[in-house]
Design a binder for this molecule. Structure first.
Ligand code: GAL
Length: 714
């Protein structure tokens, strides 16, 4: 892949450069009789929409037979909307290749880990690594790009649709041979490949690249972590390459178009790599009520904030190409239903966390297909009810405030190391039932969210200078350049907190040969890990419960609970707490202070957490994983010296607050995510942009689901 289209460096501080706050809806004119089209356009215009997104699942209409193109339906739909001042974002329709293509080329179908090819009949069934599929993807992209090159209403493009959300893996012949080529290019010789994957372990060495196998689910036991890591690196590479094919064509055809992708499931996509560098900005689809229950966070507003703060770590502000509007379902699952007021509140929260554009999924619901109960802005009976009114209110507000909002980034005082594809995957290759780095960090994120502390995710390669505290959850794959970044941050007064197991593996997933956490981190933190062990999760029925969940050992129902008895306790300040998941026994350098020590069993008195003064700041090392109690104890101890304070004091439960800012202004976004009124006692002076600029100082009352944007004085 060439670098010529790389637009910018991914950074959490980037803002989206568009001429307006994009607001509208994904729209499917092909799902409704043409007699509705004008009324739809008129109502969108009245709602203040300025854009729709179209055609991501319409390849069969655009190219009904190989090489025969028919753009008529979309030409007419685009023109009708254009007459009402609504522009169109087109999509490459490669998530749903037509049946004639899968009949002619069944070899492009994805194959699962048990060797079964996917069937035609839903979506994302084709293999983005397949050269044949790539050829057809380029063909349809070129035809669409050329057709729409001079259409004044087509302002930008979305590539494909939520790549990898349904199924990133493929074990097809095409994947296998492309994987072998990828490895040959990466390693050059099988000697290097065998060294990287540990070929002398269980006779997994290869004599030539065409002998290499895929790490299928169907082996008798586990494949090498190096092998699995490279497979996922390959999937991310192949996904980025598939998108790059399309981006190259779109940019060459009309350089004024913006190009983005709507991220969904976030699997096998290297967020800070080529995939994102190819785009003008990131798109992130958010369905808050889809995730709240199974993520066990307990509240969809918190899940929404978490997902958006993670997404912002990839490349800063983003647009939301799909935001949940109402009840949603596919045949096998469903979401909660937003209550009156919640659609606007959820949209406002998206902006508060970095959205510079937003589309409500979807304009009207389908009457057929696998999403008949995925509700839109207009109902099945063609009536716009409270969702229409709220979308209209939101669109009107965003259009009026665009000059204030666009160009501001989201403030972060507490940064959590995020957006690192290698570390995300390295954890999965050998999880031993431990929380992922992200799952560990959720506790810190939630702590900050509940107290109105500005928090988000950011990669250590990014600009850390605006942060006050930076937490590295157990990132096993560490690079020495990142230690230099942490050191520079601490020297300038920042507080760095490094979690257990950080830096313990190299880029091939080999355990390092130095004492953990490795030479550079050991020196920076002033600690060495002398021993480690696994602990049960807080509240878990022993260690085996989590091992079973992670697909590890199968134990008899009458499991011995020895691991429950072998808990580890520690003292921090005047509290004694129980540790969870993992422990490390540390030895410390003379200039390193002990912040917490183990307090039971043989480890009584050994250091558990340490702090070393580095320049004007501190480097803290934590020989365990976070628990809610430890997170609170650490925050109470570290936040005051780090200068971390809430954006508003005494934030009531059920209210969230973030700040968007730049050199010219500071905007405090406040959302009440409960249905009950809420009162804030201590809002800094400013004017409420959602209430005709009314002055606010001290108290602020919000209705249930009420929102405020306070432009602060000075
Ligand atoms: C998204 C997807 C949409 C639609 C929506 C509701 O993930 O991009 O096409 O399926 O979910 O299920």
């Amino acid at each position: 892949m060439s670098d010529k289209n790389i637009a910018k460096t991914p950074s959490a501080w980037n803002t989206v450069k568009t001429d307006r706050f994009l607001v509208g809806a994904p729209h499917y004119p092909e799902h409704v009789d043409e007699s509705y089209w004008e009324r739809d356009a008129e109502r969108m215009a009245k709602a203040g929409f300025n854009v729709v997104r179209m055609a991501e699942f319409a390849w069969h209409i655009l190219e009904p037979r190989l090489g025969t193109f028919d753009f008529d339906l979309f030409d007419r739909a685009i023109a009708m909307l254009g007459r009402y001042g609504i522009d169109t974002i087109m999509c490459t329709p490669t998530a749903t290749p037509p049946r004639w293509l899968t009949v002619a080329h069944p070899e492009i179908l994805r194959v699962d880990g048990k060797g079964r090819p996917m069937s035609h009949g839903s979506r994302q069934h084709c293999d983005t690594a397949s050269p044949v599929f790539r050829e057809h993807s380029r063909r349809i992209t070129r035809a669409m790009a050329e057709h729409y090159r001079d259409n004044p209403h087509v302002v930008g493009w979305q590539t494909d649709n939520e790549l990898n959300t349904s199924m990133p893996e493929s074990y097809s012949k095409a994947t296998l041979s492309e994987f072998q080529i990828f490895l040959a290019e990466k390693y050059g010789t099988t000697g290097k490949l065998n060294a990287a994957w540990g070929g002398d372990f269980w006779a997994t060495a290869y004599d030539s690249f065409d002998q290499v196998v895929l790490p299928i689910e169907f082996g008798p036991t586990f494949p090498s972590p190096g092998h699995v890591q490279d497979y996922h690196r390959f999937l991310a590479f192949a996904t980025a390459r598939f998108q790059h094919d399309q981006v190259e064509i779109l940019r060459a055809t009309n350089p004024s178009w913006f190009v983005f992708h709507n991220l969904g499931g976030l699997r096998d996509i290297d967020f800070r790599g080529q995939f994102t560098k190819d785009l003008d900005f990131v798109g992130y689809d958010i369905y808050p009520m889809l995730y709240d229950e199974f993520q066990r966070i307990g509240n969809h507003a918190k899940v929404q904030a978490l997902h958006l703060d993670i997404c912002r770590g990839f490349s800063g502000n983003y647009i939301v190409p799909e935001q949940q509007s109402g009840f949603g379902s596919q045949p096998g699952f469903c979401t909660l239903t937003p209550e009156p007021g919640e659609l606007r509140r959820m949209a406002m929260s998206s902006v508060a966390h970095g959205a510079d554009g937003l589309m409500f999924f979807r304009w009207r619901p389908a009457h057929f297909g696998a999403e008949i109960y995925w509700m839109g802005i207009i109902d099945h009976d063609d009536v716009g009810r409270h969702r229409y009114d709220e979308a209209k209110q939101f669109a009107t507000e965003m259009t009026a405030l665009k000059d204030k909002i666009l160009g501001t980034y989201v403030r972060m005082d507490v940064g959590i190391a995020g957006s690192d594809f290698d570390n995300q995957e390295a954890h999965k290759t050998y999880s031993i039932g431990l929380p992922s780095p992200q799952d560990d960090a959720v506790l810190l994120h939630q702590y900050c969210y509940d107290r109105g502390i500005a928090c988000g995710f950011i990669h250590p390669e990014d600009d850390l200078s605006k942060l006050k505290l930076f937490y590295v959850p157990h990132w096993v794959m560490w690079q020495d350049e990142w230690t230099e970044k942490l050191q520079a941050f601490a020297e300038q007064g920042g507080t760095v907190v490094i979690g257990a197991r950080t830096g313990t593996r190299d880029e091939h997933n080999h355990v390092i040969r130095q004492t953990a956490p490795g030479t550079s981190l050991s020196k920076l933190a002033g600690v060495r890990v002398e021993d480690f062990g696994r602990l049960a999760a807080p509240g878990a029925n022993g260690l085996f419960e989590v091992m079973e969940r992670s697909g590890g050992l199968v134990v008899p129902p009458n499991r011995p609970a020895e691991s429950q008895r072998r808990t580890r306790r520690f003292k921090i300040g005047n509290q004694e707490l129980t540790a969870g998941h993992f422990y490390e026994n540390l030895s410390v350098d003379a200039d390193t202070e002990i912040v917490a020590a183990w307090s039971n069993r043989y480890a009584d008195g050994l250091p558990m957490a340490t702090s070393r003064k580095v320049g004007k700041g501190h480097v803290v090392y934590l020989g365990t994983y976070l628990t809610p109690e430890l997170t609170a104890a650490l925050a109470e101890r570290l936040f005051p010296t780090a200068g971390v304070q809430p954006l508003v004091d005494d934030l009531p439960a059920g209210v969230e607050v973030t700040m968007r800012m730049n050199d010219e202004r500071k905007l405090l976004f406040i959302q009440n995510y409960t249905d009950q009124p809420a009162g804030l006692a201590a809002v800094p002076p400013g004017k409420n942009l959602l209430d005709d600029g009314k002055p606010v100082a001290g108290g602020l009352d919000l209705d249930g689901y009420g929102c405020a944007i306070i432009e602060l004085e000075g």
